[in-house]
Design a protein around this ligand. Structure first.
Ligand SMILES: NC(=O)c1ccc[n+]([C@@H]2O[C@H](COP(=O)([O-])OP(=O)(O)OC[C@H]3O[C@@H](n4cnc5c(N)ncnc54)[C@H](OP(=O)(O)O)[C@@H]3O)[C@@H](O)[C@H]2O)c1
Length: 316
């Protein structure tokens, strides 16, 4: 066999393998974002009269509350600021003619808030739980240099990890008894791509991802749908992004996409351009992990530098 012929065979095999992976990716995307949502539509109201959303007065959480109200659910709003809770409740009631219940709670505080929430939701048939509340760093920073270190660590763990765990324990037992319910946990794409200078935030979101995976394995057979959403950048107070773009949608655009994937995808970025972004980053990581980490670190360091410069100017 000539060398030329052997190289031809290698070329054909490599092309076929590549074609297989591209086709698999395209079919997967088509199913996840088009076919699946059309055939697996979830009737949220049929899972229970009420939907409970944490961190619901802004950004992604507020949009989940609005979308669930649009689908006929009454909404339990659990968040920190009373004035924003009242405004959100009024918006939901007047727009969608459903009932709301307000619970003021700061998820950065101690575990006593869960006793209060438990009392407040007693007797309500909660069919959908959206564990959305979460906090991040104010700006990307090295682990050892984070400002107000002790307080930040404690709040990150309480708001991002304890909240998801405790709210699941409060709400899911009744769902299991009724053999139906939906739990949506908001993680972050930072847990599935390299995330230097956001280390603890990304680690708390890795907990959310793993926790969701396990709860899904344990309770899907009891009729509970569990979905973990791992968004990339979304315009919000937390991200600090004001102008939307293809890769940073508004919270409304994001949730309209993500909510349709409930029942089809257990784990999803929720939004096609974010899936593409994560795949590209991870593909670069597969080719050269070092280059990928270098690229992300440079980008995070640039953001950090900009924020610190601004801060310096303000303080001068
Ligand atoms: N935006 C993004 O780019 C992005 C990307 C990936 C993942 N996520 C995740 O998506 C979720 C929502 O983020 P977002 O960007 O929509 O945030 P956001 O716009 O800042 O809104 C956060 C909401 O949570 C409430 N909240 C904050 N801290 C709280 C606390 N300690 N106790 C009770 N409520 C609290 C806020 O109420 P107050 O206004 O009263 O504080 C607000 O209603 C988070 O879990 C986040 O990690 C966001």
């Amino acid at each position: 066999m000539s060398l030329y012929f052997s190289l031809e065979i290698v070329g054909v095999v490599v092309s076929l393998v590549l074609l297989f992976y591209v086709l698999k990716w395209v079919i997967n995307i088509l199913y996840s974002y088009a076919i699946g949502p059309a055939i697996n539509k979830v009737d949220f109201k049929s899972k229970g009269k009420w939907a409970l959303v944490t961190g619901c007065t802004d950004g992604i959480g507020k949009q989940y509350a609005l979308e669930l109200a649009a689908r006929g659910c009454d909404i339990v709003l659990v968040s920190r600021s009373m004035d924003k809770l009242k405004a959100t409740a009024q918006l939901i009631e007047t727009t969608y003619k459903v009932s709301t219940k307000i619970i003021q709670a700061d998820f950065g505080e101690g575990e006593e808030i869960y006793e209060k929430i438990e009392k407040e939701i007693e007797g309500l048939e909660i069919g959908t739980l959206v564990n959305n509340v979460g906090i991040s760093y104010v700006y990307p920073e090295y682990f050892l240099d984070l400002p107000d270190w002790d307080k930040l660590m404690s709040t990150l763990i309480k708001a991002n990890i304890v909240s998801v765990t405790r709210m699941t324990k409060l709400v899911v037992p009744a769902m299991v008894k009724r053999e139906k319910g939906v739990v949506i946990n908001i993680g972050s794409a930072s847990s599935i791509i390299p995330s230097p200078l956001l280390t603890v935030y990304a680690a708390t979101k890795a907990y959310v991802e793993k926790f969701s995976e396990g709860i899904e394995m344990e309770y899907s057979k009891k009729g509970i749908i569990v979905q973990c959403v791992l968004p990339g950048f979304v315009c919000s107070n937390m991200s600090g992004i004001r102008r939307s773009s293809l890769f940073a949608p508004t919270a409304e655009q994001f949730v309209k996409s993500a909510i349709n994937l409930v029942g089809t995808m257990r784990k999803t970025t929720g939004y096609l351009p974010h899936t593409f972004f994560v795949n590209v980053i991870n593909a670069i990581g597969c080719i050269s992990y070092t280059s990928c980490v270098w690229m992300v670190t440079r980008s995070m360091e640039n953001s950090r530098r900009k924020v610190l410069k601004k801060k310096e100017k303000l303080e001068a």
